[in-house]
Design a protein around this ligand. Structure first.
Ligand code: ADP
Ligand code: MG
Length: 330
């Protein structure tokens, strides 16, 4: 999740992975979820995500119920990005003394989204901590073995496509950080805060993409720029992104201006939309299979195979440099 990313987090995961025995089969560290085949014709898909108070959330900014929803939603989003169906979840919480009521509200939020999506909580762990509050969800699901969406599935000529709009959640967080009560009371703030507190996992879209034959997807937890790089690296492809074509949140543009809204779409994160690549000839079939209310935007193209992968960001056809904290024109 974006708010937790230390500079060296991806390096550290690689160093940790190097200490483990190599996998003889299945999909391990490096995609949105792990996957393995317990028997021919079946594929189990598993993911986990942890939320830490003060890093991923503040209890004065979110309700406990919304926090429970979000903790499950971010895991469901990883399954959506694999084209998988949710199954059973384990929920672990580290609580401070006096947080029993809060834990019940967390579970109301978890239960609400679990009911909607068919996920079932079947266990977990409860411990005390001197602080901060920690909430971890581990989620297992299943997918069709020959229909898995992978970060490494992009191919030259594919279109790069994103669902919904991007930047809303990060804009909601930016409003909370700025703390201007008058802005927070504006009607445009409502969907931005909702996007931040109650992200909607794109399970129906992920299933539709997998069913239509799409091979390559990732969910947007860290911003379009970072996720495009993940696809490029995992696929060994060069990807071009036309930043003018990003489907920016209209409310983010209204409250923060177009430049900031675009920066938040590229580097903010927590949208939990899907970013995927699809052969141009398959796009019509994908559009026909879309769940209601999902719209797609073509934002770029996979241009060529390239060892190690690369992403080029274009503005009005001219390359721009996207930095961690925004972009700078050459
Ligand atoms: P996402 O943003 O999709 O949740 P992450 O960036 O958190 O994915 O993780 C990237 C990959 O690294 C995933 O495959 C995840 O399972 C793996 N990973 C992250 N942390 C660890 C860890 N401590 N040990 C093993 N694998 C890890
Ligand atoms: Mg993910």
């Amino acid at each position: 999740m974006n708010a937790s990313r230390g500079v060296g987090e991806f390096d550290l995961i690689e160093r940790l992975a190097a200490r483990l025995a190599p996998l003889e089969s299945g999909l391990g560290i490096g995609d949105d979820a792990a996957a393995w085949s317990p028997e021919p014709g079946r594929l189990v898909v598993a993911t986990t995500d942890m939320l830490v108070e003060g890093i991923h959330f503040r209890l004065d900014w979110t309700t406990a119920r919304d926090l429970g929803w979000k903790a499950l939603a971010v895991n469901l989003s990883d399954l959506a990005a694999m084209g998988a169906r949710p199954g059973r979840a384990l929920v672990s919480i580290a609580l401070l003394p006096g947080q029993a009521d809060l834990a019940e509200q967390l579970y109301d939020g978890i239960a609400e989204l679990a009911r909607i999506t068919g996920a079932r909580v079947v266990g977990g762990d409860t411990v005390r901590t001197p602080g901060p509050l920690v909430l971890n969800v581990a989620l297992v699901g299943d997918a069709d073995p020959d229909r898995l969406l992978r970060r490494g599935g992009a191919w030259p000529g594919d279109l790069l496509v994103v669902s919904g709009s991007v930047g809303a959640s990060a804009a909601g967080l930016a409003l909370l950080v700025a703390g201007d009560a008058a802005v927070l009371a504006r009607p445009e703030a409502v969907p931005l805060l909702a996007a931040h507190h109650r992200p909607w996992p794109q399970l129906a879209l992920g299933a539709a993409l997998a069913g239509a034959g799409v091979r390559c997807a990732i969910d947007i937890s860290d911003g379009v720029a970072s996720e495009a790089w993940h696809l490029a690296r995992a696929s060994g492809m060069e990807i071009e992104v036309d930043v003018d074509r990003l489907p920016l949140s209209g409310e983010a543009v209204a409250l923060l201006g177009p430049a900031r809204a675009r920066e938040l779409a590229l580097t903010g994160g927590e949208d939990y939309q899907l970013l995927f690549s699809v052969p141009e000839a398959m796009l019509a079939a994908v559009e026909a299979a879309l769940p209601p209310d999902v719209r797609l935007s073509v934002i770029g193209r996979v241009t060529a195979a390239r060892e190690g992968g690369a992403v080029r960001f274009l503005e009005a056809g001219v390359p721009i440099d996207i930095q961690e904290a925004g972009y700078v024109a050459f």
